[in-house]
Design a protein around this ligand. Sequence first.
Ligand SMILES: NC(=O)c1ccc[n+]([C@@H]2O[C@H](COP(=O)([O-])OP(=O)(O)OC[C@H]3O[C@@H](n4cnc5c(N)ncnc54)[C@H](O)[C@@H]3O)[C@@H](O)[C@H]2O)c1
Length: 261
Amino acid sequence: MDLLQGKQGLVFGVANERSYAWHISKSLIDHGADCAFGVLPGDKMRARARLAIENLKLREEWVHPCDCSNDEDLFRIFDAYARDHDRLDFLIHSIAYADKSWLQPGAFPGTPRNVFMQAMDISVYSLVTMAERARPMMKESGGGSILSMSYLGAERAIPGYNVMGVAKAALEASTRYLANDMGEDNIRVNSISGGPLKTLAAAAIKGFKSLLSHDARRSPLARNVTGSDVGGTAVYLVSDLGAGVTGETIHVDCGASMVGF
Ligand SMILES: NC(=O)c1ccc[n+]([C@@H]2O[C@H](COP(=O)([O-])OP(=O)(O)OC[C@H]3O[C@@H](n4cnc5c(N)ncnc54)[C@H](O)[C@@H]3O)[C@@H](O)[C@H]2O)c1
């Protein structure tokens, strides 16, 4: 299937082969897309991410360091991408961060100001500023698709998800505001609310294991979501099949979020 033949884009958030960003990239590549990558600097992180990207078996690898809380890094990566590519059809934002000491049941009211601001900066503001940097090249490419990753904690109080839930609510609202302002350039902005998946980021949430089993028990499909479930929805949203969809948050969680009890 070549739904994405000729489409090129930039993916942020591959830490290893468990990352949602890795599964999304795999699905996009399987459907014919070319992916370039922004990865968190630091020797250990970079080496792990590089290995995972190698396993995607790309014809050519394009990997640049980028700490999304740093404006210079962001300028540099979008400039470098524009130098080396002639189009930008999609941008995948699959990153989030909050100090794990505050991701414990009961800890939310005590969240310090700097922890709150850092979670909002890395997990939300980065989407807004990346979208603005992507805009000129996407416009030149005739439009584009921007996609971020959210979670049910944006809509419900999930014990231990705390400040990340607040950040995800802001991420979903930012998705709508970006979609509204960028539609005139045929740029679509959507978010996937993914079910729990065992990743590095998930390991920071106290009680994540019981969240996984609870979700599998209550979901109508009687299982946890897989990375390729989310990858498939990403393919749809990036491809022309999703041409009329913008400002949406789509749940890909085996139905767990819609059941009452
Ligand atoms: N795993 C889950 O259960 C789950 C469920 C729903 C949504 N999500 C969301 O999916 C996205 C990806 O998370 P994941 O679960 O794949 O975990 P992950 O740990 O594999 O990915 C998180 C990524 O964020 C990156 N990151 C953190 N701070 C950064 C910074 N300052 N600059 C650049 N990159 C930075 C990390 O390097 C990492 O690649 C996140 O937005 C997460 O909230 C995860």
